[in-house]
Write a protein of this length. Structure first.
Length: 255
């Protein structure tokens, strides 16, 4: 039995992964953005080992969330599932990219730095990282004209780079990256072409399986098949530069 914390687990892939892991007998810590979303979990709350609450777009709440998780005792696996895509036609430019950066990159970084080090770490990226901009200039888009799609692509490249950096710096932790595909979740939309079940089974497998392939660190996975991302993500120099920039933006250094 493993104790597994999943961010963004009130719906979509996070909730699906939680249900599978609970059915397999694991202890699962669920995460909701606010008390209202936590209430939406209903009977699932009774099955969970715990429910923690915090808005990942807020640095203060994200750090408080890490404290809530640590108070529950040691976690074996963290699945950094939460992520957002913001439609620029619906959200003002001024708040759009800072939220994308905060939820998709800064939050996984802060939680990695401040949750007691687990045995396994899983980061959810996307095939759209291939279109990410491998630059650390103006990450919060204060100088550029904001693009919701480009912001999302960039964030998925950066979180994959973070995952590779952690896997390299923490050899005692099994760290992996998952591309769940374009699946018909609330974010993916009804036109998504990938299978919803296949979208979450890889992270479930990596979270707790004793199979040899699931216990090797530094993999980039799509439907349980290992792939290679664009070179920037696996470049140690780019990884170290990203960690320095995330430290500057958050005031928190990765141990």
């Amino acid at each position: 039995m493993a104790r597994i914390f999943i961010t963004g687990s009130t719906e979509g892939l996070g909730k699906a992964a939680a249900l599978d892991l609970l059915d397999d007998g694991h202890e699962v810590v669920l995460h909701a953005r606010n008390p209202s979303r936590a209430a939406d979990l209903g009977a699932l709350t009774d099955r969970a080992f715990g429910v923690v609450v915090g808005d990942l777009s807020s640095t203060k709440q994200t750090r408080a969330l890490a404290e809530q998780v640590n108070a529950l005792g040691r976690i074996d696996t963290v699945i950094h599932n939460a992520g957002i895509y913001i439609d620029p036609e619906r959200v003002a430019t001024a708040e759009g990219h800072p939220r994308t950066l905060a939820v998709n990159v800064l939050a996984p970084y802060l939680l990695t730095a401040e949750i007691e080090r687990p045995a396994r770490l899983i980061y959810i990226s996307s095939g759209m990282l291939d279109d990410g901009n491998a630059s650390l200039d103006d990450l919060d888009w204060t100088s550029r004209r904001w693009s919701g799609v480009q912001a999302y692509c960039d964030s998925k490249l950066l979180v994959a780079t973070l995952a590779y950096a952690v896997a390299r710096r923490w050899p005692d932790v099994i760290g992996n990256i998952v591309d769940p595909g374009w699946v018909p979740t609330r974010m993916g939309g009804p036109s998504a072409s990938d299978d919803l079940t296949l979208g979450h089974t890889t992270q479930v497998w990596l979270a707790a399986s004793a199979e040899p392939k699931a216990t090797v660190s530094g993999g980039y996975w799509y439907h349980r098949h290992r792939r290679e991302p664009i070179p920037a993500a696996s470049d140690p120099g780019f990884q170290d530069a990203l960690l320095d920039e995330l430290n500057r933006l958050t005031g928190v250094r990765l141990p």
